[in-house]
Structure formats: C-alpha cells, structure tokens
Ligand binder design. Structure first.
Ligand code: 16G
Length: 253
C-alpha cells in the first residue's frame, strides 16, 4: 500500500534529522506540531496509517503510536474509530440553535462520548432555586460530565434538572436532551450567558489542558413551552477547541 502515499508524508512534514537530540517520537511530534501550526497539514486532514508512517520514517510502530498518542492528548490530533487519525478541527458552535452537545458533534461527523463525574439525586441549592425558579427543597437530578468529541475532551458540563422532568436519574444515558425529549420535557427556549474563564488546576486536569488555559463558560437556562424551567447547565468549553458563531439580522423596521 506504500504506493498510495504520494507525496510522502516525510516530504510534507520534513525529515526528522537535524531536530536536536531528543528521542525519535519527540522529533516526530515536533515535526507534526509545526506542520499543523504552519497549515501544511489542515484541520480534518487524515494522517497515513501508523504502519505506513513506521515504514516511511524507519522507526517502530510503537514509536509512531507514542508520538501520535501524545499529540492526541494535546488535542492536536484526534482518532476516529475505524477511520484513523486526523488533524483536530475547531468546532463551530451556533448560538442561534437550541442544540445538544450530542447533536452538535454528530452534525460535524465527530463521535460524542461522555465520562460521568456524577449522576445524583438531591434537593435544589439556594442558587439553583433562584435560577430554576423552584421552591426550596424541590428534588433535582444532577449530571456532571466530561464531554468528548472522538477522543478529545471538549467541555466540562454540570447540569441540574428538576426531578419532575425525568422518570428517574437513571433515565439519562448518552444524551440529556434525548432523555428529556423522551419524557416530553426537552427545552423549547433557553437563555444563555457566556464569559471567559481561566481553567483551575482541577478543571485543567479533567480537560487535559494546562491550569490557567483559557476557556468559555456558558450558562444555559432551558424552559418548557409552558414557561417552567427545566435545565440549568454550566458548560466549560475549551477555548482552543471552539469557535462560537451567531447569525445577526438587522431589526425589521
Ligand atoms: C449543550 C448545552 C447544554 C445541554 C447539553 C445537552 C450549550 C452551551 N449547552 O452542551 O445546556 O445540557 O448540550 O447535551 O450548548 P446532551 O443531550 O448531549 O447530553
């Protein structure tokens, strides 16, 4: 299959010689990093299979894997199951659609996945009660997740929903909005506010970034058609992974 690789990947990213004295996998990482920064490799571009890279650079597949693994955890590359390794692309998120994380990722050809940090029943806190407009003591469900696109952590999400909106806390599987829709309680309207944040050490660790790296906090309050609040979610998005886009129209006169 080597004949398929024209032009050679090494021609694209340059040779590994003359890249200092570090281990080979680091030299390869540096070469790929530079190629991404200089747009020699574009967002969403596929990398050749690992065995082809190993042959081309005359190194073991373990070395290739180690180099790529490091770049995946840095967020520069992403792995798609069955399809291979790609240059990670920033996600453009629309500000005018009331979409879910799952829908956002699927519409971009990415595979959404979550790691659960918490799935629990409780009573509304004073802050939540103000935001949700519910009386003190109202039962709620809390869902805390790390949200991934393919293998890349994209956001931390902390959601609180009033217990009336779901049959049980276990009703939420891969998607909160899917569970709310199945119960006839998907938000029909939402208010959002957004602000810039710097990730704390704890957040940074969960997202695989450095403490102090920039992020965006989006708070969403979702409402049913009848006006009842059904969701309060704080989403901390990685600043390096997202572009937020909105369509603006002039006011009709
Ligand atoms: C999005 C929403 C969040 C919602 C979640 C549901 C923003 C800023 N936030 O992340 O409020 O709870 O989607 O996603 O868009 P899910 O249905 O995939 O669980």
């Amino acid at each position: 299959m080597l004949g398929d690789m024209a032009p050679g990947f090494s021609q694209l990213i340059g040779s590994l010689d003359g890249r200092g004295r570090g281990p080979l996998y680091q030299k390869l990482q540096q070469a790929i990093r530079e190629a991404i920064q200089n747009r020699v490799l574009s967002p969403d571009e596929a990398l050749p299979p690992e065995r082809d890279l190993a042959e081309e650079f005359k190194v073991s597949r373990i070395t290739i894997r180690k180099a790529l693994d490091g770049l995946v955890s840095e967020g520069l590359l992403t792995r798609r199951q069955g399809a291979g390794t790609f240059v990670a692309a920033r996600v453009e998120k629309s500000f005018s659609k009331l979409s879910s994380f799952t829908e956002d990722m699927i519409s971009r050809g990415r595979t959404p996945r979550s790691e659960w940090l918490k799935k629990a029943e409780g009573a509304v806190t004073p802050e939540e009660s103000m935001v949700l407009g519910s009386s003190p003591g109202t039962p709620v469900y809390r869902f805390h997740r790390i949200r991934y696109a393919d293998d890349l952590p994209m956001a931390l999400e902390y959601s609180t929903v009033p217990a009336f909106s779901l049959p049980s806390v276990e009703a939420v599987g891969a998607s909160l909005y899917e569970a709310l829709a199945a119960a006839g309680h998907r938000p029909a309207r939402a208010l959002q506010r957004l602000r810039a944040v710097l990730f704390t050490a704890e957040q940074a660790e969960l997202l695989g970034v450095k403490p102090g790296d920039p992020g965006l906090l989006i708070e969403r309050r979702g409402f049913l058609k009848d006006g009842r609040a059904v969701e309060f979610t704080q989403s901390y998005y990685r600043g390096d992974a997202y572009d937020f886009v909105a369509e603006l129209n002039t006011l009709a006169s």
